[in-house]
Design a protein around this ligand. Sequence first.
Ligand code: CO
Length: 448
Amino acid sequence: MNRRNLLKMAGGAAATLAARDAAAQERTARAVRGLPSPKIKDVQVIQTAPAGLRLPVVKILTDQDGLYGYGCACFTQRADLVVPAVERYLRPLLIGKSADRIDDLWQAMYNSSYWRNGPVLNNAISGVDQALWDIKGRQASLPVYQLLGGKVREAADCYAHASGGEIQECVDQAKQWMERGFRHVRVQVGVPGMAGYGAGTRGAATAAKALHSGQVFEPAAYIRRALKLFEECRKQLGDDIELCHDVHERITPTQAVQMCKDVEKFKLFFFEDPLSPEDIAWFRLIRNACTTPIAMGELFNSPHEWSPLISERLIDFMRMHVSQMGGLTPARKVAIMGEHYGVRTAWHGPGDVSPIGHMANVTLDVVSYNFGVQEYSPFNERLQEVFDGCPEQKDGYLWVSEKPGWGIEVNEAAAKKYPFGGNDRGERGRLNGGWGEVRKRDGQIIKQ
Ligand code: CO
């Protein structure tokens, strides 16, 4: 073979290699839709209150036509403060950045204020974080759960709220949920003449005597009433229904230990917030005293609060409000941490979470091996008008969307019909969306 032929052969091999490279590159480009990394073009906040509760939702637009995403930033009690936190502080930090690097942007936002882990800033970060996950899903034409490794269950078993001023009213509501297929129900009952959590305040005619004219709450009266409720629930509803209850941190730490012991015989699915975040050291005493499963966490902002409870196995269910902790990114990390310690998830899911946030919850539910239960609150017609594609509930299961991203489109014209403040009249309006004051008979204010 002469030199000329040898060169010709080598040239041929190089050409084959180049062709193979080109083909591989083309396949990769096809797999990622051939799009360059999207850059953040604008960050906006949609302010809407379709069901009366104020729901700030972040919208991120990219430089790619039609590629955008939504994220839940719902701190309903101070919703109007989340708006400038996004617009004045996060927006300038984010414009022009690549939307691809979610964790990197999360760390940049989190550290940008130096002082961190507060509800306003965490919710603002969550709005951006979840919007970036939505964008990534839309870019890949996949629902977000697929980006997290896919489902480990078909749907999320959820619990509904049953309540009543009278015990029988609550039991009857629980029966109705059971007839609709629910296997888990949270039960709350009012206390005569007092403001009971989750069950409203009884009429003024029966108002408890107090040294003030506002709402009254006495821990001991509540405890006696709640214990009667559980007894009646087991009598009338049987043993097959899983019962949950929320104390809402309204009792003293010793009362909490005692109550956890007293409810042990009713075999609750979980007993929520027996202690406030200020009293978490008392969880050790509850653990040593009984086996009542404890749910905790909706008021937590920071890893410093939940990490010791998980690593010391002092709680059974983590109940953080996903936007309050900073979004899907930190929630996924702590869910995996919980898996290693046998602590299950029960993400906060009442009406002050937007449907985008509920979809983030159910996404975590279907991808997390250590899922426990999901709190459910129905989406009324107005919510469905604004948020097209809310998670669907059937027979007590919540289903994640199969559409790209969160699978939800926000109807911004409809959102404008329900502005902030529209339903914040009277006491709620005066408190800027917050709850009214509740005091003991002697006038001392209680945690709620
Ligand atoms: Co709660």
